[in-house]
Design a protein around this ligand. Structure first.
Ligand code: HEM
Length: 400
């Protein structure tokens, strides 16, 4: 911890990183950060250019595991192998091939067809908490619902959502020391074993679900094999809920902090979809994504060396006044702009369509069913800007 005004990891910056983003963007838009052991990039034009720049690699598994002592790296080799197949962490040509397959499997009909099921899952979750009058909205709703939705989409048993959630949490917290890596490996193995059984079942009897679609693609000879298939099922199960959970948490917090905007949303439900986009821009569940420099390059007047880590602060780019006038004003009527919360370029979020169906249903249902929902306790932010969100969200409301 330092008193460096550009340090993003102080308790104050973790609670509210936006003033630091502004300082970085205006004084040092490409800044070497000792705390991040890499470059921080904050300007919208630079972040979006980097997201499309082939000189920057998304293959972060090697970079993260390469820093481990050799013995320990060997101990967690299974974890590294799993990540190495994730399309999120691949460059062309493997990324292009896998992305094409996964994109086809995410057929728009599959997501749109889930709308009634998503509404039913949200209704059931609210039915459960409504009589209580108080709850932790993260643990009791914002976390289990997206886990159940992604389970439905994939075709795994939604009743097992607690297990996916626990495994996913372990993967998200991996870099917090050796215990984190070991725990992440155990969860990666458990998740893979679980999915192996589902894949075997779908090979025998395909259904209308994402796993069956991915198997069909694999059997058409387009995938390297079972390991790649299973690793990407783990990725989708993982990516499919941590983020949506924090869309609900961060979004509600911002609506409570801006009561005029909350009142506007209640008065004009037609604003719901643009409102979600604005909440995603203003305080998104992903604040930074990582790349590694493949060859020496110049960026914003700085010389980047091969192997350097580059942190693209999409959350800072989303507050860049060059692209978003009055960026620190939450304006639910804002014209949908070029926010980078779902990324940009080749790795643009595969689940954006699902999040854009799920988000409005969650917010509309909560505002309608629990109209006086209010924050009722202290907030603790996760010590991680990649997955930005609160640990818990204590709320009260009039019991139904
Ligand atoms: C509000 C919710 C979400 C946010 C903010 C979000 C954000 C992102 C971002 C920023 C990336 C790009 C990362 C990079 O460039 O390194 C990404 C990729 C990805 N997301 Fe999401 N995501 C969300 C929901 C989902 C959901 C619901 C799913 C699955 C159903 C999903 C699946 C994926 C996958 C598979 C990738 C990798 C794509 C690739 O590498 O080509 N995401 N997401």
């Amino acid at each position: 911890m330092t008193d460096d005004p550009l340090d993003l990891m102080t308790p104050a910056a973790l609670a509210d990183p936006f003033p630091v983003y502004h300082r970085l963007r205006t004084t040092a838009p490409v800044h070497w950060s000792a705390g991040h052991n890499g470059w921080l990039v904050t300007r919208h034009d630079l972040v979006s250019a980097c997201l499309k720049d082939p000189r920057l690699s998304a293959a972060r598994a090697g970079a993260v595991f390469g820093r481990l002592p050799p013995d320990f790296r060997a101990e967690v080799a299974e974890l590294e192998r799993g990540f190495a197949h994730w399309l999120l962490m691949l460059d062309p040509p493997d990324h292009t091939r896998l992305r094409g397959l996964a994109f086809k499997a995410f057929a728009p009909g599959l997501v749109a067809g889930l709308r009634p099921r998503i509404q039913a899952l949200v209704d059931a979750a609210i039915d459960r908490i409504a009589p209580w009058g108080r709850c932790d909205l993260i643990a009791d709703l914002a976390s289990p619902v997206p886990a159940m939705v992604i389970a439905e989409l994939m075709g795994v048993d939604a009743a097992d959502h607690h297990r996916f959630k626990a495994w996913s949490d372990d993967l998200a917290l991996m870099e917090l020391g050796p215990r984190g890596f070991r725990q992440a490996q155990a969860s990666m193995v458990a998740m893979t074993d679980y999915l192996r059984a589902v894949v075997a079942d779908r090979r025998r009897a395909p259904r209308e679900d994402l796993i069956s679609q991915l198997i069909a693609a694999e059997e058409a000879g387009n995938m390297l094999g079972e390991d790649e298939l299973l690793a990407n099922c783990v990725l989708i199960l993982f990516a499919g809920h941590e983020t949506t959970t924090n869309l609900v948490g961060n979004g509600l917090l911002e609506l409570w902090r801006h009561p005029d905007q909350l009142a506007l949303l209640r008065a004009e439900p037609a604003l719901l979809e643009p409102a979600i986009e604005e909440l995603l821009r203003f305080h998104g569940p992903i604040q930074r994504v990582r790349r590694t420099v493949k060859e020496p390059m110049e960026l914003g007047g700085q010389a980047l060396a091969a192997g350097d880590a580059v942190w693209l602060l999409v959350g800072a780019a989303n507050r860049d006044p060059a692209v978003f006038p009055e960026p620190d004003v939450l304006d639910l009527r804002r014209q949908p702009g070029r926010h980078l919360t779902f990324g940009f370029g080749p790795h643009f979020c595969l689940g954006a369509a699902l999040a854009r169906v799920e988000g409005p249903i969650l917010f509309a249902s909560l505002l309608r069913r629990l109209p006086d929902l209010a924050l009722a306790g202290e907030l603790t932010w996760r010590k991680d800007l990649s997955f930005r969100g609160v640990v818990s969200l204590p709320v009260t409301y009039t019991p139904e």
